[in-house]
Design a protein around this ligand. Sequence first.
Ligand code: ADP
Length: 316
Amino acid sequence: MGNGGVKLKRKMYAVSVNNIAKSYGAKKNVTPALHGISFDVKPGELFGLIGPDGAGKTTLFRILTTLLLPDKGTASVDGFDVVNAYKSIRRRVGYMPGRFSLYQDLTVKENLDFFATIFNTSIEKNYDLVKDIYAQIEPFSNRMAGKLSGGMKQKLALSCALIHRPSVLFLDEPTTGVDAVSRKEFWEMLKRLKAEGITILVSTPYMDEAGMCDRVALIQSGRLLEMDTPSAIIRDFSKKLLALKGPDMLTLLQAIRSHKDVADAYPFGEFHHVVLEQDDESGLLGYLQDNGIAFEAKMAVPDIEDCFIQLMKEER
Ligand code: ADP
C-alpha cells in the first residue's frame, strides 16, 4: 500500500493499528509486551480486546491514547497518528484506565468538574451524554470518591472519561473486580453510548463478555490469536463437543483426560466440556462405563469461551 492508501485507511477507520510492537526494560531485562499487532476498528463499533493478565491490553491502550510510544509500527485514532498528532488525539479520546483514575479526596462532583475543566468544557454542556450514568451517582455528589463502592467508582470514572464528548472511548478492564449485576449494567450503558455514535474499545479478561461486542480480538502474550464477530468465531469451532457430569467430577475429569480420543477437557459450569479428536464419542463413553465411572453425557453447543480456550491452547 502506498502513502495515499495509508491515509485513506486512517480516514476509514476510527482506530487503525499496524504492526505495533513494544517491549519494556533494556538489555538483559527486556519484557516483550506486544509483538507486532495489527487490526482496525470501524467508526461506531463496540470492539472488545479479550485476554488474560499480562496479555498486553493496557500497553496497547496506553499507546493508542498517546501515553506510551511504540517501538515499532504505526497507529492512528480518528485519522490522527498516535505519535505525530498526539495533541489532536488527546482531545478526541476518552480513557478509563484499569486502576481508577479518580481523585480519591475530591468529591464526586469535583472529580467530574475537574475532568470537564481540563478539556475546556463544563458538566452542563455535555450533561445529556453522561446523564444516564451520572444520575445514578448524583445523590452522592458530595461524597469523596475514595468512599464510593466499586460499582459507583466505575460509573464516576466512566462519566469523567465521557465528559468532553470523545469520539473514541478506551475502557481498560472496566468490569474487573465489579460484581455481576454491575457488570451487566455496565454493558447496557456501553450499548447506549454506542447508539450515540461513540466508538468503544473495551478490554476485559472475562471471556463471557465477548458476546456483548460487535467484534472481538483475542490477545495472549502480546499476539492476536483471533479477531472476528463472536458468531463467526463460534461458527469456526470445528470439533465435536460433549458435556459430561457425574457424582465425582474430579475422577470423571481425570478419566476423560486420560482417553486418547480427547483433545481437551475442562470444567465448564456444572459440566466438564470435552473436545473430541474425532466425531465418534462411543470409544470415550464405553471406556468410562468399563471403568465403573458414573456419568451423564450430552452434546454441547460451543460458546465463545470454548473457542477461546481452544485458540489459546493451540498457541501455547
Ligand atoms: P494486560 O493489560 O493485558 O494485563 P500489560 O500491557 O499490562 O497486559 O502487560 C503486558 C506485559 O508487559 C506483561 O508481561 C507485563 O508484566 C509487562 N509490563 C507492563 N508494564 C510494564 C512496565 N511498566 N515495566 C515492565 N514490564 C511491564
